[in-house]
Each structure stands twice: as structure tokens, then as C-alpha cells.
Design a protein around this ligand. Structure first.
Ligand code: DGL
Length: 271
């Protein structure tokens, strides 16, 4: 792609807007297409083959709209679909797991690292394999209820504290924890309280954005445009996008039936 090519970004919902925000800051002159699949969120509880199908049709849609590269901003989709997408599409396709692993490798001193994510992301073993390949000792924990806390605006509630203690209270000796889900950075304060100051929390958005800035040698000034496609309620989406900030752009309602036209005939459902 050229240094100004159109970049497609997608997530199961609004969480990936934090990745888009970091990308936008790193690559201000680029145009972005963002697809938030809010009609089908959460991906984290769905079978991997179903998530792979969604990821494939979304990528095909974004490519059809002119995307010259794709950032999979969803950890679950990265975990179960990135390799398929890289094999199926003849453009750069990046995910958020390698940047998260890179951030953890920089942060840890002991080499004992934790990762939390959705059931799908943790069950895939994608984070664990990469961390272990870097020589780290890994503790992995699925925290399925965390997404719902954030979706319900309960990130700072007593319920969040109880669930964080439930999932993380018995953690082994680690000095770094990867927030391996788009929603978890919102819970960083409560997670930090439960784990204490000896554990550094890392997430992938800023590392992913920085590595793209370097890869694309992107130092031109300017104001690129963002177009958002949203499969669910555009009003709720607009509200969240406004709260996150830095991702203003046109919002287009995209019926699932339109996405289905890009369904992955022939994509392996067995991996
Ligand atoms: N975007 C998903 C992820 O990062 C979290 C929400 C979901 O389960 O779809 O894994």
C-alpha cells in the first residue's frame, strides 16, 4: 500500500474505536474505514468458525470499499481469524495480539506474564503461544463477564470489583498483565486495584499504532477522513464514539444482509 492508502479497521463493536483512535493519532493524514459489528457483538462467546466467517465477510466488504490494508482491532477475531485473513487477502492484514505481546515483553522484568481476554481469545491459545515463544511463563484467564460490565456502563461499580476479584484474586506471581480484549482498558483502574502496584498493565492499541506509523513511514501532516459502518444501532454507536473522542466521521448504518453478500464461501471452518 502507499503511505496514504485507505486503512480498514474492524471490531465486534465499539471497543476497537480505542485502537482506531490510536491509529488516527499516529497516522493523522490517512483515511480510515471502521466497521463496528455491534449487531453481532460479543464475538468472545461465539464458536471460532463463526467468528472467522464474520471476519472474512467484513474484510471482504472493507476491501470492496477500497481498503488497502486491514487492522483487526478485535482480540478474539485476531486470535481465531488473522491467519485465515492473511492467507485469503492479498493485502497487509494486521492484528492486535503481536503488539500486545511486544508491549508485555518490554514491560516484564521477571518474564512471568498474565493475559486476560474473552473465552474465545483465551481458548485459542494465540496469546499464550506467542508469549511462550518469547520465553515467558504465562498465566491466562478468561474473564467473560468483563465485556458486559463495560457495555452496561458498570466499569466503576462494586460489581466490577467483585468480578475482578473473582477472576484475578488467585493470580500467580506475575509482574505484567496484558489486557487482551478491546473492552478491558476501561476496567484498568479496578484491575489495577485488585492486582496491586507490582503488576504493570499493558494493552496493544498504542503499540499497534506506533508499529504501523513506522511500517508506513507515515510522517506527513494532514487530516484524513474516517467513515464508520455500524451493523447495529447507529445512535448508540455515535454516543460511544463521541465519549471515546478523536474518531469523528460519517456514520453509515450497514444492514447485516448487505454484509452477508461477502460471506466466505470456501473459507475453512475447521481450523
Ligand atoms: N472485541 C472483543 C475482543 O477484543 C471483545 C468483545 C466481544 O466479545 O466481542 O476480544
Amino acid at each position: 500500500m502507499t503511505s496514504r492508502g485507505l486503512i480498514g479497521v474492524f471490531d465486534s463493536g465499539v471497543g476497537g474505536l480505542t485502537v482506531l483512535k490510536a491509529l488516527r493519532r499516529a497516522l493523522p493524514h490517512h483515511d480510515f474505514l471502521y466497521l463496528g459489528d455491534t449487531a453481532r457483538v460479543p464475538y468472545g462467546r461465539k464458536p471460532p468458525e463463526m467468528v472467522r466467517g464474520f471476519a472474512h465477510e467484513i474484510t471482504a466488504f472493507l476491501v470492496d470499499r477500497g481498503a488497502a490494508a486491514i487492522m483487526v482491532a478485535c482480540n478474539t477475531a485476531t486470535a481465531v481469524a488473522l491467519t485465515d485473513l492473511q492467507n485469503a487477502f492479498d493485502i497487509p492484514v494486521w492484528g492486535v495480539i503481536n503488539p500486545g505481546v511486544e508491549a508485555a515483553a518490554r514491560a516484564t522484568r521477571s518474564g512471568r506474564v498474565g493475559v486476560i481476554g474473552t473465552r474465545g481469545a483465551i481458548a485459542s491459545g494465540a496469546y499464550q503461544r506467542r508469549l511462550e515463544a518469547c520465553g515467558m511463563t504465562v498465566w491466562a484467564q478468561a474473564c467473560p463477564m468483563f465485556v458486559h460490565l463495560v457495555e452496561e456502563g458498570l466499569a466503576d461499580s462494586p460489581e466490577a470489583e467483585i468480578l475482578a476479584r473473582h477472576y484475578l484474586g488467585a493470580h500467580p506471581d506475575i509482574d505484567t498483565l496484558i489486557l487482551g480484549c478491546t473492552h478491558y482498558p476501561v476496567l484498568a483502574p479496578v484491575i489495577g486495584r485488585v492486582l496491586g502496584p507490582g503488576v504493570t498493565l499493558v494493552e496493544s492499541a498504542s503499540v499497534a499504532a506506533e508499529s504501523l506509523r513506522i511500517t508506513l513511514a507515515a510522517d506527513a501532516p494532514g487530516h484524513g477522513r474516517i467513515t464508520h459502518f455500524v451493523t447495529g444501532d447507529p445512535v448508540a454507536y455515535e454516543h460511544t464514539a463521541h465519549v471515546i473522542g478523536g474518531v469523528d466521521g460519517e456514520i453509515v448504518a450497514l444492514p447485516i444482509s448487505e454484509l452477508k453478500a461477502y460471506s466466505p464461501l470456501g473459507v475453512s471452518a475447521s481450523r
